[in-house]
Design a protein around this ligand. Structure first.
Ligand SMILES: [Zn+2]
Length: 302
């Protein structure tokens, strides 16, 4: 290739990257403004939905205080507080805050929720530093992580009180939640499993952190972070091995919350709509197919 052609190719690549980045920023701005609370409502037993139409938050109540999974966007935190109050619970009784992963749409509201509740924040070893840095240093964005200097993908930093490893159980009185580090999407992306008592039966709820591949993430050398590919592969297996009854996730569309809410209108109870092991496995399979396709594409371009 001539020098002139190389220069033009460089200019073209830079322009293309700029267009893609601007499109992503525009998309995320739209998504932030699209946050609308739904419910709140009881999913089953002591498990409540307190999130929005897009990003989820779950409240698990107990006699010794409550656990809240995910803080959504910074702009969503007041909606979550309102949803908890609407259910008749007090934000000051939330004693533990958990997170699915250190991205602005799930960790963004944690600072405000921690301030309001005084709760302890638990985070995985892999994501804790990123949460404390407000999203800065997050390798999952690949080359566009340098845009974090301009605030891209960042959120209010928040202190992590306790760090956990894969398989650790977080306890609050009688409540027990297991943190499954299903990494790849972020280095410490976490799926949560916990029992929910419904009548005489104990159901296992599983909330999937994320299995998607962030734009520009590299699964081949140089990897976004060392071991990302193996992390994804392990995550699919780990989640498949969990005997999930109630299927939840960090985004509503993944477990079809809106559709399930439509179906449950006028119904006596909501739990039967959320018992969905089939949907759970289908989602994992679909995400694995996407992962394999992305890996193959990146390998062919190596
Ligand atoms: Zn994410």
């Amino acid at each position: 290739m001539t020098r002139r052609k190389k220069v033009w190719l460089g200019i073209f690549s830079a322009l293309l990257l700029a267009v893609v980045v601007l499109f992503n920023l525009w998309q995320s701005a739209i998504e932030r403004n699209r946050q609308v609370p739904v419910g709140p409502f009881r999913i089953a037993g002591n498990l409540y939905y307190v999130g929005t139409t897009n990003v989820t938050s779950f409240l698990i109540t107990g006699p010794n205080g409550h656990v809240l999974i995910d803080g959504a966007y910074p702009e969503t935190a007041p909606m979550i507080k309102e949803s908890i109050a609407k259910l008749g619970y007090s934000i000051s009784d939330v004693k533990i805050l958990l997170n699915s992963h250190a991205h602005a749409d799930h960790a963004g509201g944690l600072a405000e929720l921690k301030e309001a509740s005084g709760a302890e924040l638990w985070a995985s070893e892999g994501d804790a530093d990123i949460i404390e840095a407000g999203g800065r240093g997050d390798a999952s964005f690949g080359p566009i992580r340098y845009l974090q200097f301009f605030g891209f993908g960042t959120f209010p930093p928040v202190k992590v009180d306790n760090r956990f490893n894969d398989g650790d159980t977080i306890r609050l009185g009688t409540l027990e939640l297991v943190g499954h580090v299903t990494a790849g999407h972020t280095p410490g992306c976490t799926s949560w499993s916990f029992p929910v008592q419904v009548g005489d039966s104990t159901l296992l709820a599983v909330s999937i952190g994320s299995l998607t591949i962030p734009p520009f993430a590299s699964l081949v050398k140089p990897e976004s972070y060392p071991g990302i590919r193996q992390d994804y592969e392990r995550s699919f297996e780990q989640l498949r091995a969990l005997p999930a009854d109630i299927f939840l996730a960090s985004h509503t569309s993944w477990f079809q919350l809106q559709r399930k809410m439509q179906l449950m209108k006028g119904a006596e109870d909501s739990v039967s709509f959320f018992i969905d092991p089939d949907g759970y496995h289908k989602f994992i399979n679909r995400e694995e197919e996407d992962f394999k396709a992305a890996l193959q594409k990146q390998q062919s371009e190596e």
